[in-house]
Design a protein around this ligand. Structure first.
Ligand SMILES: C[S@@+](CC[C@H](N)C(=O)[O-])C[C@H]1O[C@@H](n2cnc3c(N)ncnc32)[C@H](O)[C@@H]1O
Length: 403
């Protein structure tokens, strides 16, 4: 495609984005290229937040045409960046003139990842697609441009976000089936689907997604755990009645959690009870590098499978050093890993389950198997259990997911 007189002012920007995504290897096929060239991202993100690292906490600077000028906002819109569009479930860039603190709760994912996922979804002409996490509607727009809106259903849990996406999609000329609700339940009215794609992350594969996908259909998602290990993309093929088989594609992409799957809040009394716990102490050969994603995602992923109900909290007493804590709120089990610079690390554990013993044992088995990487793991889903495994679904490197 080339820019012609009378084209939209952002046509050239869309072509530039498509070139960049093709160069990075995310955009691989002509039909998706045509979709990127056709969908005006500026309609889906009229305002958004830019991350600014403040001295004490991350702040979010609002970007709107009024605040930064139309050219700068358009220039940023067409970069390969994730732009946060909602903080704390309610604040948008139009609600503030100055940088604010907050937790991102909706965003327009970086186009490179969106497009790579769409390529990995392996759609065919006439594929019926269910998308979970409409967000701004940009990825829904790409799906609609590629397949035709009548083949696209998208579910968004947040009513205000869903409403903005509906208007943006209509403005861009797309009328897919948009559902406001919990996407973990899928959308039975449009079933059976050929493909399900999630742009929020799940702890296990919702049974509704499997039930609403035709045998031979594909489910593409990222899976999360509460130790912050990204599983990257997982693609499953539905094999029959409530069953599916999948592979981890080996990337380290992550998405915000699907709302019911996020780790529970620590609670107001956390500081009180954690400071009072009595622990047993021992040395550990499996050091804190296991919990450091930059040391290797797979060991953190293994730890997460070993203690699926534990969350990672970095915490210190008063002005003391900060240490990694594994905290299982459901049973008040805690493991505190104390490692400053000296080896070996010390672990202090408390509660009904010795969380670090479970992590250490899983890591020892994983190392004994040659430390296989994430893309060598598989996932098996049945109505009774969901298992992530390497080598043998019942072998020493197999774990059932909580669900
Ligand atoms: C990363 S954003 C989606 C990005 C979007 N696809 C785009 O292109 O703009 C994730 C979205 O998932 C939504 N979400 C979270 N939990 C959900 C759930 N259980 N069902 C449906 N949507 C959910 C969030 O509200 C958020 O808007």
């Amino acid at each position: 495609m080339t820019v012609e007189p009378g084209d939209s002012p952002t046509t050239a920007l869309r072509l530039r984005l498509a070139d960049a995504l093709a160069k990075s290897g995310d955009l691989r096929t002509q039909p998706w290229r045509a979709a990127v060239e056709a969908v005006p991202r500026e309609v889906f993100i009229p305002g958004f937040f830019e991350r600014v690292d403040g001295p004490r906490e991350t702040m979010w600077r609002p970007i709107t045409p009024e605040l930064v000028g139309a050219p700068e906002r358009l220039e940023l819109t067409y970069t390969d960046e994730t732009w946060v569009t909602q903080l704390n479930h309610r604040i948008t860039a139009f609600d503030t003139d100055v940088p604010v603190a907050g937790a991102p709760t909706s965003s327009s994912t970086l186009p490179g990842l969106v497009v790579r996922m769409l390529e990995e979804l392996q759609v065919e002409e006439n594929s019926r697609v269910l998308e979970i996490g409409t967000g701004t509607g940009y990825s829904t727009g790409l799906l609609s441009a590629r397949l035709g809106a009548p083949l696209v259903t998208s579910v968004e849990v947040d009513a205000a976000v869903a409403d903005r996406a509906r208007k943006a999609l209509a403005q861009a000329g797309f009328l897919p089936d948009l559902v406001t609700g919990d996407g973990l339940l899928g959308s039975p009215t449009g079933a059976l689907y050929d493909r399900v794609i999630a742009t929020c992350s799940v702890r296990h594969i919702p049974s509704a997604w499997v039930a609403q996908t035709r045998p031979g259909g594909l489910i593409l998602t990222t899976m999360l755990g509460w130790l912050h290990a990204s599983s990257g993309l997982v693609r499953l093929e539905v094999t029959g009645d409530g069953t599916a088989e999948g592979v981890f594609l080996g990337s380290t992409d992550s998405f915000m959690p699907a709302r019911p799957h996020a780790a529970p809040p620590l609670g107001d009394d956390f500081h009180e009870w954690i400071d009072k716990i009595r622990t047993t102490e021992r040395e550990t050969a499996a050091g804190s590098e296991i919990l450091d994603p930059w040391e290797g995602w797979t060991s953190l992923f293994i730890a997460q499978l070993a203690v699926p109900d534990a969350q990672l909290v970095t915490y210190g007493l008063d002005d003391g050093p900060m240490f990694d804590h594994l905290v299982d709120l459901s049973q008040r089990s805690v493991a505190i890993l104390e490692q400053e610079s000296a080896e070996p690390a010390t672990v202090r554990q408390s509660g009904p389950t010795n969380l670090w013993d479970s992590v250490e044992s899983a890591i020892t088995r994983w190392r004994a198997a040659g430390s296989p990487s994430l893309d060598q793991f598989r996932i098996t889903v049945t109505p009774e259990a969901q298992t992530i495994w390497f080598g043998d679904p019942q072998g020493p490197l197999s774990w059932n997911l909580p669900h």
